[in-house]
Design a protein around this ligand. Structure first.
Ligand code: PGA
Length: 248
């Protein structure tokens, strides 16, 4: 049985005071959630304070990105060691990082390896653009991204990570993928992993992301291959994020 996961990606939203207020509101709303793993991924400036606020709750903490080196002359970056002191999770290879900040399949792989080495759980994002989808390349693109991200990892290491399938055309657009489409692509991603590591693929959690809202989460969660959601816009408000967490 794969434990479902609901993770909130705040992106570049919320100040320290806004973020801590939001999680203080969220804590009582999700405290009775059972059989679901919950995480929020605030901007790096908020991680320390939010870690304190979340202590002793059922909400985990993730960073939105990191470098792959432990330390060094990389102005503006945060390292895996820094993230590991504060978080359990780290989002890697989000399409916005790929699109605006030069993230490549190769850097995604380096970051995934660095995260696993330190016991952080990477939430690795993959997904196709609208042009790629219309050209019938969804599977090809996902396959390339997944194989590159997992390159040189053992079955044991792959079992620890989480993949998020996020079709780029569905992110922040209000145009979500149908639950059948998302299920099909996620099933395809699982089969890519199955080809090499059958048992691991059955344990691997694969989330859907892209305009997930309180009114569509249960549709996704009813699908056999979808193990949860990576939520952007709807994770910024405590009530709407809680409604997604409490989807049952
Ligand atoms: P969205 O973002 O829910 O606002 O579409 C999802 C994501 O980018 O992770």
């Amino acid at each position: 049985m794969r434990t479902p996961m609901i993770a909130g990606n705040w992106k570049m939203n919320m100040t320290v005071s806004e973020g801590s207020k939001m999680v203080k509101n969220l804590i009582p709303l999700v405290k009775d959630a059972r059989d679901v793993e919950i995480a929020v991924c605030p901007p790096a400036t908020e991680l320390y304070l939010i870690k304190m606020v979340l202590e002793g709750t059922n909400i985990g903490l993730g960073a939105q990105n990191m470098h792959w080196e432990d330390s060094g002359a990389y102005t503006g970056e945060i390292s895996p060691v820094m993230v590991q002191e504060l978080c359990q999770y780290v989002i890697i290879g989000h399409s916005e990082r790929r699109q605006y900040f030069g993230e490549t399949d190769e850097t995604v792989n380096k970051k995934v390896k660095a995260a696993i080495k330190l016991g952080l759980i990477p939430i690795v994002c993959v997904g196709e653009t609208l042009e790629e989808r219309e050209a019938g390349q969804t599977e090809k693109v996902c396959e390339r991204q997944v194989l590159a991200a997992l390159d040189e990892l053992s079955a044991y290491e792959i079992a620890k990570l989480i993949i998020a399938y996020e079709p780029i055309w569905a992110i922040g657009t209000g145009r979500s993928a149908t639950s059948d489409d998302a299920n099909e692509t996620i099933g395809y991603i699982r089969r890519i992993v199955e080809n090499e590591f059958y048992d691991t693929a059955q344990m691997l959690r694969i989330l859907y992301g892209g305009s997930v809202k309180p009114n569509n989460i249960s549709e996704y969660m009813q699908q056999s291959e979808i193990d949860g959601a990576l939520v952007g816009g709807a994770s910024l408000d405590a009530e709407s994020f809680a409604a997604i967490v409490n989807f049952k």
